[in-house]
Design a protein around this ligand. Structure first.
Ligand SMILES: Nc1ncnc2c1ncn2[C@@H]1O[C@H](COP(=O)(O)OP(=O)(O)O)[C@@H](O)[C@H]1O
Ligand SMILES: O=P(O)(O)O[C@H]1O[C@H](CO)[C@@H](O[C@H]2O[C@H](CO)[C@@H](O)[C@H](O)[C@H]2O)[C@H](O)[C@H]1O
Length: 446
């Protein structure tokens, strides 16, 4: 620990106990947080401390800044008093974090962490950082118009899936990812651990979620036109997206291999879906009325013949994980589901898992604009039509590069339901108003 006197962040443990659960990236929502312990704290620069905090079963990464007085714009990220000043979440303070890419460019060893550019990458230095604006599972900073640095909020000891899969795809010459440019690595539980990952910032990119929901909005604003008739029809994009996802699957298969699962592994995968359902049923009783149907869909997978091919896949694919650039669709964030245990995220899986995730996302994009308000049958019907049209277009596009996902109806149905069960818990914990969206999908499933 290289704290200066007055910056003993261990003193923050009590304040962190209240502050952590309020953060978007805090995992154990709804569970009581008993112990919080600062496991590591090291200065990166004057007034900027790198901190790992153990809270419940998780370890979280923080960049703690300390200022004598907090300006108004940083008041919302205050953690508590420290050494005569106030400690706050410095990941949102450009004055303190703009130098982090420069540390990578230098190949520095600072704060007990290794800051490295990817082989062959010459990083531009002196760039100003800005927070990316959306608070997600992690916190990202954009440097000038060049790089985006993701700080993993819940770093996982050992190899980092996001970095590994990006490196494999980059080596394969993939055009469907943002080029990896650097990493920050430290040690956790005695193992090398990736704490930060920098990639090229795609300044011309629009998020898939924003473009898809703009199309739905367009449709609903039109009196009584169908999805294919309005200017913002998304089917062409959905099809190109399907082809891009299939290309990523093909590149990952070529780079890292495929395997056909045996009966024991298949049984294990079905048991895992049931186990997740058990957990979510315990948390969200409204799911109970659909339990029998969902369990039957999972069990049907046991009878699938001909073997199931598995490989490395994206793991948490949805419209918020794809960016439309002027050169085509790009997939981001290969970490896997944020709620999944690290060991589970490492598993190779059927590519149909990603297809199911994206099909669920078309359903979300259509329904979130009609859910919650006054029931409107006409709008609901047209939104559902938009979802059907774009789900089909996505599969059509996928089938131009890979196998047609619809040829595996039993698997696809089980994986979509499994994803919807995951979403029920995700929404219950993070956006309770939206829990109706995956619940309605489970109810509708035939
Ligand atoms: N290479 C990139 N270029 C431009 N924007 C990006 C890039 N990577 C991520 N983003 C933006 O940052 C957001 C968060 O990135 P993501 O990797 O999904 O983080 P998280 O793990 O927190 O969900 C994305 O939704 C996207 O808007
Ligand atoms: O992007 P993350 O890795 O943080 O993924 C988590 O958050 C997502 C929400 O931001 C969540 O996605 C769900 O909501 C999306 C709309 O906001 C929708 O497009 C997805 O289909 C739906 O699953 C994701 O499940 C969660 O892991």
């Amino acid at each position: 620990m290289t704290d200066r006197p007055g910056h003993d962040v261990a003193d923050l443990a009590e304040d962190l106990r209240a502050w952590l659960p309020a953060q978007r990236w805090f995992a154990a929502k709804g569970q009581e947080l008993t112990g919080v312990r600062v496991v590591r704290a090291a200065e990166l620069s004057e007034d900027l401390v790198h901190v790992l905090v153990a809270a419940g079963d998780e370890v979280y990464q923080l960049l703690v800044g300390v200022r004598a007085e907090l300006p108004d714009h940083l008041a919302p990220v205050a953690i508590g008093p420290l050494g005569g000043g106030t400690a706050y979440d410095a990941a949102l303070d450009p004055d303190l974090v703009s130098g982090l890419v420069d540390l990578m460019a230098k190949g520095a060893e600072v704060g007990g962490l290794s800051w490295r550019a990817e082989p062959g990458v010459e990083l531009v230095t002196g760039l100003r950082a800005r927070p990316v604006g959306v608070e997600q599972s992690n916190t990202s900073l954009v440097y000038g118009s060049q790089y985006i640095l993701k700080l993993f909020r819940r770093p996982v000891p050992g190899p980092n899936r996001d970095v590994q899969l990006h490196r494999a795809l980059h080596a394969a010459g993939s055009k469907q990812i943002a080029t990896p440019v650097g990493t920050v690595t430290g040690e956790l539980d005695g193992q090398p651990t990736v704490l930060g990952f920098a990639q090229r910032f795609l300044g011309d990119a629009a998020e898939g979620w924003a473009t898809a929901t703009a199309s739905v909005r367009d449709l609903l604003a039109e009196g009584d036109l169908h999805a294919r008739e309005v200017g913002g029809d998304f089917a062409g994009e959905a099809s190109r997206l399907g082809a891009a996802v299939a290309q990523v699957h093909a590149d990952l298969a070529a780079a890292l291999g495929t395997e056909v699962v045996d009966a024991a592994k298949l049984a294990g995968a079905v048991d895992a879906m049931h186990a997740r359902l058990d957990e979510v049923l315990g948390e969200v009783p409204a799911l109970a009325e659909h339990e029998a149907k969902v369990r039957a869909a999972f069990d049907a997978v046991r009878g699938v013949e001909g073997g199931i091919s598995v490989q490395h896949v994206h793991g948490d694919l949805h419209l918020g994980q794809v960016l439309r650039t002027t050169a085509g669709w790009v997939l981001i964030d290969f970490e896997g589901e944020p709620a999944a245990a690290a060991a589970e995220r490492e598993l190779t899986r059927s590519p149909l898992r990603d297809v199911a995730g994206m099909l669920r996302s078309f359903d979300y994009a259509a329904l979130h604009l009609v859910a919650g308000g006054e029931p409107d049958h006409q709008k609901a019907t047209r939104a559902a039509e938009w979802a059907d049209r774009n789900r089909a277009a996505f599969c059509d596009g996928y089938a131009t590069v890979g196998p047609d996902p619809r040829a595996h109806a039993v698997l696809l149905r089980a994986f979509e339901l499994d994803k919807a069960v995951y979403e029920v818990r995700y929404e219950h914990r993070n956006r309770p108003d939206w829990v109706a969206i995956p619940l309605a999908a489970i109810k509708r499933a035939e």
